[in-house]
Write a new protein. Structure first.
Ligand SMILES: NC(=O)C1=CN([C@@H]2O[C@H](COP(=O)(O)OP(=O)(O)OC[C@H]3O[C@@H](n4cnc5c(N)ncnc54)[C@H](O)[C@@H]3O)[C@@H](O)[C@H]2O)[C@@H](O)CC1
Ligand SMILES: [K+]
Length: 490
């Protein structure tokens, strides 16, 4: 597990470190780390001596990092051109050092565009943690001219460091090197950051508890329920799936199957697709109504449920059952439209798993601002607090927010999981984890992790779509992988 801190928290943590270190030392440390990454990237194309790097230098300390990194690159025989976007405000010490190291300094935009066109590597030092809003001219013109690899210093310019949202013309980095702590942009917008390297500049002891965390394979493997010698099919947790319909049985079959593959000694199914579920998964005990389903340790409710009176009655039944509940799809729409159902869920171990459209319906009747397009971490956190349930907001970066404020982000490597039926698989996996005793925040985080890995494995080689059936079929391999990581780490 690693932490992610807001730019504001990082700036606050920097203050005491700046106060006890010689002037400029912290920036030099950061720049040294950036130069190391740049040298590695250059070396991938052959000898670094004689290559040409362009540093796009903005008005603040981010530009200072870029200039000092340029100084180090000059010392390694790399040709360096610094293009100053705000010539009057370029970091004075860094600029003087680069001139002394015989770096070329350009202030004319046309000359800068030409230099960018000839570069082997661009260092984006336009703006870092203080960047706000869209890039200001002439930055967009220079960014548009980039045709080679880019190393973003701290964060890709034009991408909001706090929310990862993109403003018009923004840098798409091949790699990003960041300092002291990862910031939200690094996990919320992987596509713009590329590979992220964290350089330690000694902030660790000054950082507060991380407001956002990211699970790794070892965390998930350790948390995954494994039956012990004394377990039987009931003690591992029975998951009930209330989903599907006779007309659209796919959701029920996908969710029940995923639950059977994920864990649990037993899966019960209740709903109008009982016949189809039984045919596909003979090990699932299927009935027509939740009232006849027998005892379960958690319910996964919603996919294909319908949003009419029957669906609402089923949802009310499972919310009143006194066990954890995973609510997805139609169950989310029902919750959004009924204060009575929301009251039954509030304060209980309930995990809701909306995509963007379902999220809008979920919060439609709540007071307050919930805008995932502007800030998905903030929106999910507010919704969880307002509803008193754990919210897993699906998307390229999945956010899991507990009502107590804890937030997990799962950054996806691709968006192939945005496919029909994919959410039903996630529901089955998360429901099974709830039945096995994981609290909703962990169940959501572990399910999102394994779901994404199953998509990667199910696709075979990267770069092609993966249908939900293949994602489901790859769930056991994804579990094996995280368990192997946990065993290797112990
Ligand atoms: N404080 C320190 O000693 C350290 C700071 N570090 C670096 O300093 C950076 C933060 O530096 P600053 O606070 O000076 O701020 P930045 O360098 O991130 O940017 C500030 C300047 O960019 C301009 N700006 C803001 N938004 C813009 C936009 N959309 N388009 C164009 N220009 C824009 C502003 O006019 C402002 O002057 C970090 O990201 C990191 O790279 C690192 O060197 C580590 C140590
Ligand atoms: K930058």
């Amino acid at each position: 597990m690693y932490g992610v801190w807001t730019p504001e928290q990082v700036a606050t943590a920097e203050e005491p470190v700046l106060a006890r270190t010689p002037e400029g030392a912290l920036m030099r440390r950061a720049a040294h780390g950036a130069a190391q990454v740049a040298l590695r990237m250059l070396a991938e194309g052959g000898p670094v001596v004689g290559t040409h790097v362009v540093v796009l230098v903005g008005a603040g300390n981010n530009g200072g990092d870029g200039l000092w990194a340029g100084v180090e690159l000059r010392r390694r025989g790399v040709g360096v051109t610094a293009v100053l976007l705000a010539p009057d405000r370029a970091h004075p010490a860094g600029l003087a050092a680069l001139r002394k190291a015989r770096g070329r300094v350009v202030t004319d935009v046309e000359e800068g565009v030409a230099a960018v066109g000839r570069a082997d590597l661009v260092l984006d030092a336009i703006v870092g943690t203080s960047g706000r809003g869209g890039l200001r001219e002439p930055a967009p013109r220079l960014v548009a001219a980039i045709g080679c690899s880019v190393l973003a210093i701290d964060s890709p310019s034009g991408v909001d460091p706090l929310t990862g949202t993109v403003h018009d013309e923004a840098v798409t980095a091949t790699e990003t090197v960041t300092f002291g702590a990862r910031k939200p942009v690094h996990v919320l917008n992987r596509a713009r950051c590329g590979l992220v390297t964290l350089v330690d500049i000694g902030l660790g002891p000054e950082l507060p508890d991380a407001p956002v965390r990211v699970l790794d394979a070892v965390d998930v493997g350790r948390a995954w329920p494994v039956p012990g010698p004394g377990d039987d099919k009931y003690t591992q947790g029975v998951v009930g799936v209330a989903a599907g319909s006779a007309v659209y049985p796919g959701a029920a079959v996908l969710a029940s199957g995923a639950a059977a593959l994920a864990t649990s000694g037993m899966v019960r199914y209740a709903g109008s697709a009982a016949h189809e579920v039984r045919a596909a998964w003979p090990e699932v005990v299927a009935t027509d109504h939740v009232a006849d389903a027998g005892r379960v340790q958690a319910w996964a409710v919603g996919p294909g449920l319908g949003t009419g009176e029957d669906g609402a009655a089923t949802l009310a039944h499972v919310l009143d059952a006194g066990v954890p509940v995973l609510a997805d799809a139609d169950a989310i729409t029902l919750l959004g439209a009924s204060s009575d159902l929301r009251a039954r869920a509030a304060g209980n171990p309930v995990l809701v798993t909306p995509h963007a459209g379902e999220f809008a319906r979920l919060v439609a009747e709540l007071d307050g601002e919930f805008d995932p397009a502007a800030d998905r971490v903030d929106a999910a956190r507010r919704a969880a607090a307002a509803l008193g349930v754990t919210v897993l907001l699906k998307g390229n970066a999945t956010v899991v927010a507990a009502p107590d404020g804890r937030v997990l982000v799962h950054p996806a490597g691709s968006s192939w999981l945005a496919t029909a039926g994919s959410g039903d698989v996630l529901s089955g996996v998360a429901g099974a984890l709830l039945a096995a005793g994981l609290e909703p925040w962990w169940a959501g985080g572990c399910a999102a992790f394994v779901h994404a890995r199953a998509a990667g494995i199910g696709a075979g080689r990267p770069g092609a779509p993966v249908p939900a059936s293949h994602v489901r079929a790859a769930v056991p391999d994804a579990i094996r992988e995280v368990r192997a990581a946990a065993l290797a780490a112990s």
